[in-house]
Design a protein around this ligand. Structure first.
Ligand SMILES: Cc1cc2nc3c(=O)[nH]c(=O)nc-3n(C[C@H](O)[C@H](O)[C@H](O)COP(=O)(O)OP(=O)(O)OC[C@H]3O[C@@H](n4cnc5c(N)ncnc54)[C@H](O)[C@@H]3O)c2cc1C
Length: 382
């Protein structure tokens, strides 16, 4: 792709707006929100005001109708808020829980769920994983049984980002038999009787995002809230995972870039044995290796973004990008922390919090092992 630059001047202007917002309005509160284990709910309408939800969705429902490179610019700049929990919550809301409504929802569902989510009035979560079914999505057991014009939901979900304060869930339920064939998607308002947020999980990182365990006991919702065709939810979920995994790869690359830049700055200012750390060749070479690998991760990810933007099949490329970027982020974070010495181990240092937060990326949204399984299958390894 000679001279390939996916970002036009319009993308770059949008990027500058997001950067300014993150650096000026969000980053100054990064530690405070981590310590509070929460960020203000008012940030949802604020993000909406800046057009950060529904970037690709039709203007008819309040979206901006733009291409995927705007999402990439948004996700890249979002790391500058220096609060990975906030970034995760916003990306789950805008890029993981609501795109399926735009793609397969009815006009009524779009009016009732998509439009208020794009306005930041209703918070959305994507509820797929269960205590006994994470990687193995086809093993989910939460049921939605037909009763007249209603569906009655029973079961539980686990590790659900935004779960504690979501107004609705894009919920994976079992409507049919076992395996992937009996799964449906359902839009589930959380004020439904019988729904309960059991608890917020105490996590290793991303403390400002809520990650909840949810219970459903005889929860009655109208059948018109079924999203897409009954029993066809698995295929939609697999499609939805593509966007989720791609944005995770984009964020991992941006997070690595930021960690290395922070580290170069620190290593240039801090001296040991009579010279800046940055002059010690072992570290110069280590950072050069990381910068090279990050660049490779970026272009692998951009290749997947380009296919995704053009609605091409990109399962292999997206899985490779998530695998490569998220695994690499662990090595980069380790070395960036190490080069900060003692300062790398105190939470006032951005790199320390980034090291802790980046750990989730090889687990959430599909583990590295599952990405390898997908790549192997795509390569014909049956
Ligand atoms: C911070 C965070 C946020 C999350 N947010 C959400 C959310 O918003 N919505 C949601 O639905 N879920 C969410 N999840 C859940 C996440 O998607 C699952 O944790 C993930 O898919 C792994 O599932 P599991 O935890 O059940 O692990 P398991 O599936 O039990 O896997 C355990 C280990 O076994 C490995 N393994 C499993 N199968 C294989 C195999 N075939 N071959 C080799 N190794 C294998 C895995 O890679 C892993 O290392 C979140 C998780 C985290 C940590």
């Amino acid at each position: 792709m000679p001279g390939f630059d996916p970002f036009t001047e319009e993308h770059q202007a949008f990027r500058r707006t997001v950067r300014k917002f993150c650096e000026e309005e969000l980053a100054p509160h990064a530690r405070e929100w981590d310590e509070a284990e929460e960020f203000p709910r008012a940030l949802f309408p604020r993000f909406a005001e800046l057009g950060l939800f529904g970037i690709r969705e039709p203007p008819e429902w309040g979206g901006s109708g733009l291409d995927y490179w705007y999402v990439v610019a948004y996700a890249e700049e979002l790391v500058r808020c220096r609060n990975a929990g906030l970034a995760m919550a916003m990306l789950v809301h805008g890029e993981m829980a609501i795109p399926a409504i735009a793609e397969i929802g009815t006009a009524e569902q779009k009016r009732e769920f998509l439009a208020p989510a794009i306005r930041g009035e209703k918070i959305a979560a994507l509820a797929v994983s269960e205590p006994d079914a994470g990687s193995d999505v086809a093993a989910i057991r939460t049921t939605a049984r037909r009763d007249g014009d209603d569906l009655v939901v029973n079961g539980s979900k686990m590790w659900i980002t935004n779960g504690a304060r979501a107004d609705f869930l894009t919920l994976a339920v079992r409507t049919g038999g076992g395996g992937h064939e009996g799964i449906s998607l359902l839009l589930f308002p959380t004020d439904t009787r019988g729904f309960q947020v059991s608890r917020k999980l105490e996590k290793v990182g991303n403390p400002s995002s809520d990650t909840a365990v949810l219970f459903f006991e005889d929860c009655r919702v109208p059948r018109r809230f079924l999203l897409g065709e009954e029993d066809q939810g698995f295929a939609h979920l697999m499609l939805n995972f593509q966007g989720e995994r791609l944005v995770a790869a984009v964020q991992a690359v941006a997070a690595m870039q930021q960690m290395v830049e922070d580290t170069i700055r620190y290593a240039s200012e801090r001296s040991a044995f009579g010279k800046p750390l940055a002059k010690h060749q072992v570290w110069r070479h280590r950072l050069a290796e990381h910068l090279t690998a990050i660049e490779a991760a970026r272009w692998l990810t951009y290749r997947a973004c380009d296919l995704f933007d053009r609605n091409q099949v990109a399962v292999k490329e997206i899985s490779m990008a998530k695998l490569f970027a998220c695994d690499l982020a662990q090595d980069v974070a380790y070395d960036c922390m190490q080069l900060h010495g003692g300062m790398g181990y105190v939470l006032e240092t951005d790199v320390a919090r980034a090291w802790r937060d980046v750990r989730a990326t090889t687990i959430a949204g599909g583990t590295s092992e599952i990405m390898k399984e997908i790549v192997a299958r795509q390569a014909g390894l049956t």
